[in-house]
Design a protein around this ligand. Structure first.
Ligand code: M6R
Length: 605
C-alpha cells in the first residue's frame, strides 16, 4: 500500500527520493509524487500516474532540486489513481504532506475546512491534513507544533511527513497505526514506511510508536508523544532488512521460491536446539500457561489464513487442542465466545495488516488473556501488540505473492503443534516427528528440481480462463493457497474445493476447457481422490495431478513429487503450486512481483 520516503541531505534530494520510491514499489501502488523545498524557499512538486519510472523521467526533465523533500507511492482508496489525487498535497503553496493510512473523519474535517474557505483539489482523505496544518499554523510557532496540535483531531490511521517552505531545514513526521521509521547516518536523515526504502549508507534506525510526532533536522531529532519528549531507542539495520536485490533472478518471487530450503533451515535452527523445541523461546512465566492451553483461536488474512487452516488440523490431530480459524476481517465485526484457557494467535507476514491488527484488538476486548503473534517482521505493530511472538525468519519477502513466508508460517505451526503435543505428553512418535521436520530443507530442495517439468507441463494452462484446484485434508488448504497464487499473478480465475465437495455443485463446471489441479499425496485418502479424478475425467475435464503415487491413469498429466512423511507434505506440495503459478504468469507476460491492484501489506481496511 502507500509508501513514504522523506529526508534531508547535503546534496540534491530528488534522486534519493526517487531511489527510495523504487525500493518501495513492491508494496503496490498506482501513482507517485514528490515535493522538495528549493533554494529560493518555494515548494516544487511532481506527480505521475503509473510506475515510478514515469515520475523519474518527469523529475529528470525538470529542475527539481533541493536538500529536503517528501515522496510517496499511492494505492488508491479515496478517489481514482490520478495526478490530482497523487501525493504530495499542498496548502497555499506553503506546506506539503504525504500520508499513508486512512483519515476516517475526513468528511467532517473537510466540511469544516471548506466552511472556513479552504479549497480542495483532490478527492482524497489525506488532503485535509495539509489544510489542517495551514489552519493550525495561524496559532502555532512551528510546523512541529502545528502537527502536534492537529493529530488529536484525527480519527483513523496515519503515517505522515510534512514540510514548510519557511523552515527548509526541518521535516516533521508523525504516526498512528501505519509504520514510520527514521533512518540515520552521519550526513543523511530519512523517514520511510519501511527500512527497505533507505539507501545502504543508512545503518541505524528509530521505529516510531503510535502518537509520536518527530521534528527532524540535519543535527537534531526530537520525538514527542502526547506532549512529552521521548527518547526512542536507536537500532542497527541488519543486512537482510535493507537493499533487497533480485541477484541473478528476474523476479523476486522466483528468488523467494528458491530461497525456501535455506529459510526453513534457518527457522528450524532458531527453534530446535539440543534442548528441544522452543527451549529458550517462551518466557518461563508463560510456559506453564502455554502447556495448559485447551483451545486456540487463530485469525489471519490471505495466505496467512491458509496456513492457519492447516495449523488447525495439526493442533487437533497431534496436540488434541481444539482450534478455530477465522478470517480477520470477519472476526473483528462479530460477537464470539472466548473459550476457557484459550490462546489467541494472530498470524501475518508483515505484521501490519489492518484487519489482523483490528481482530487482535477485538480479541483483547472480548477477553482473550494470552496472545501470540506469528510474524515475519520483528518491528511490526503485531509483534508489539501481542504478549508472545514467534518470528518466521523467512527474510524480507518482496514479491506481493507470498511464498517463503507461507512455508515458514507452516513450519512454525508444525513445530508449535509438536511442542504442544510434547507438553501434553501425547507424542509416542517424537523421534519420527523430529526426523520429518529435519528432512524439510532437503525435501524442499528436491521439490524445486521439478521446475523444468512443471514449466513444460503447465504451458497449456496459460490459455485457461478458469481453473479448479482440489485436495483433501490439509491439501484442501494447500489447494486454496495454490488457487490464490494463480489468481494473484496470472489473473486466471481459480477456485479450490475439498475434493469430496465436487459432486455437490462444482462438477457442473467440468468440461474440456476447465483444467483441474489435483493435489493427491499417497495417504489414506488417496483412493477417495482417485474416485474424484475419475469423475472429472468422465466429464472430459483436463487433470493435472501432483502426487508421490503413480497409481493413476496414464492419460493424466502427472507431476511426480518425491515421497515425504505426511507430517511435512503440505509444506512440500506448496512448492510445485508456487512454480505452477509463477510459470503461467511468466508465459502471460504479467508483472509478477507487483500484480495489478494488489499491495504487499494491506495497511488499510
Ligand atoms: O502480511 P499478511 O500475512 O498479514 O498478509 C495477508 C495477505 O494480505 C497476504 O497473505 C496476501 O494474501 C498475499 N498477497 C498472498 O500471496
Amino acid at each position: 500500500m502507500c509508501g513514504i520516503i522523506a529526508g534531508i541531505i547535503n546534496t540534491n534530494i530528488a534522486d534519493s527520493l526517487i531511489e527510495g520510491l523504487e525500493r518501495l514499489e513492491y508494496r503496490g501502488y498506482d501513482s507517485s509524487g514528490l515535493a522538495v523545498i528549493k533554494s529560493d524557499q518555494s515548494i516544487i512538486h511532481r506527480k505521475s500516474v503509473g510506475k515510478v519510472s514515469e515520475l523519474k523521467a518527469i523529475v529528470k526533465a525538470s529542475k527539481t532540486e533541493g536538500q529536503i523533500g517528501i515522496a510517496h507511492t499511492r494505492w488508491a482508496t479515496h478517489g481514482k489513481p490520478s495526478t490530482l489525487n497523487a501525493h504530495p498535497h499542498l496548502s497555499h503553496d506553503c506546506f506539503a504532506i504525504v500520508h499513508n493510512g486512512i483519515i476516517e473523519n475526513y468528511e467532517t474535517l473537510k466540511e469544516e475546512l471548506i466552511a472556513e474557505g479552504y479549497e480542495f483539489s483532490s478527492e482524497t482523505d489525506s488532503e485535509v491534513l495539509v489544510h489542517l496544518i495551514h489552519q493550525a499554523m495561524q496559532s502555532s510557532s512551528s510546523l512541529f507544533d502545528a502537527v502536534q496540535s492537529i493529530t488529536p483531531k484525527l480519527e483513523g490511521s496515519y503515517a505522515l511527513a510534512a514540510i514548510d517552505k519557511s523552515t527548509p531545514d526541518t521535516l516533521v513526521v508523525a504516526r498512528r497505526g501505519s509504520p514510520l521509521i527514521i533512518g540515520l547516518s552521519d550526513d543523511q536523515i530519512f523517514a520511510a514506511s519501511d527500512v527497505i526504502a533507505f539507501n545502504e549508507t543508512i545503518e541505524q534506525c528509530i521505529y516510531l510508536e503510535d502518537e509520536d510526532v518527530a521534528a527532524i533536522s540535519k543535527n537534531l531529532l526530537t520525538v514527542m508523544n502526547n506532549g512529552e519528549i521521548i527518547p526512542r531507542p536507536i537500532n542497527s539495520i541488519s543486512g537482510d532488512e535493507n537493499g533487497a536485490s533480485k541477484g541473478s533472478y528476474t523476479h523476486f518471487m522466483h528468488k523467494e521460491i528458491h530461497e525456501q530450503p535455506q529459510a526453513i533451515q534457518r527457522l528450524i535452527d532458531a527453534y530446535l536446539t539440543d534442548k528441544g523445541l522452543f527451549s529458550n523461546t517462551f518466557p518461563v512465566a508463560d510456559q506453564l500457561a502455554i502447556s495448559r492451553i485447551k483451545n486456540i483461536t487463530i485469525v489471519a488474512c490471505g495466505s496467512s489464513y491458509h496456513a492457519a487452516l492447516i495449523a488447525k488440523l495439526w493442533f487437533e490431530a497431534y496436540a488434541e487442542i481444539q482450534c478455530q480459524v477465522e478470517i480477520a476481517s470477519e472476526f473483528r465485526y462479530r460477537k464470539s465466545i472466548v473459550p476457557k484457557r484459550s490462546l489467541f494467535i494472530a498470524i501475518s507476514q508483515s505484521g501490519e495488516t489492518a484487519d489482523t491488527l483490528a481482530a487482535l484488538g477485538h480479541a483483547k476486548k472480548l477477553g482473550y488473556k494470552k496472545s501470540l503473534a506469528i510474524c515475519n517482521s520483528n518491528h511490526s505493530s503485531l509483534v508489539r501488540e501481542t504478549d508472545l511472538c514467534l518470528l518466521t525468519h523467512a527474510g524480507k519477502e518482496i514479491s506481493v505473492a507470498s511464498t517463503k513466508a507461507f512455508t515458514s508460517q507452516l513450519t512454525v505451526f508444525l513445530m508449535l503443534a509438536i511442542y504442544f503435543a510434547q507438553k501434553r505428553k501425547l507424542t509416542t512418535k517424537n523421534d519420527t516427528m523430529m526426523d520429518a521436520l529435519k528432512q524439510l530443507p532437503d525435501q524442499l530442495s528436491d521439490a524445486l528440481t521439478l521446475e523444468p517439468l512443471i514449466e513444460k507441463t503447465v504451458t497449456p494452462l496459460a490459455k485457461a480462463k478458469n481453473c479448479l484446484f482440489i485436495g483433501r485434508g490439509e491439501m484442501h488448504s494447500i489447494a486454496m493457497e495454490g488457487a490464490l497464487k494463480l489468481k494473484e499473478i496470472s489473473y486466471i480465475h481459480a477456485e479450490a474445493y475439498a475434493a469430496g465437495e465436487l459432486k455437490h455443485g462444482p462438477i457442473a463446471l467440468i468440461d474440456d476447457k476447465l483444467p483441474v489441479i489435483v493435489i493427491a499425496p499417497n495417504n489414506d485418502v488417496l483412493s477417495k481422490i482417485q474416485s474424484n479424478i475419475n469423475e472429472v475425467k468422465a466429464r472430459g475435464g483436463q487433470v493435472y495431478i501432483f502426487s508421490d503415487s503413480d497409481d493413476f491413469d496414464q492419460a493424466n498429466s502427472l507431476i511426480p513429487i518425491a515421497p515425504a512423511p505426511s507430517l511435512i507434505s503440505p509444506i512440500i506440495y506448496s512448492i510445485p503450486l508456487q512454480l505452477l503459478a509463477y510459470h503461467i504468469a511468466l508465459l502471460k507476460g504479467n508483472d509478477i512481483d507487483q500484480p495489478r491492484n494488489l499491495a504487499k501489506s494491506v495497511t488499510v481496511e
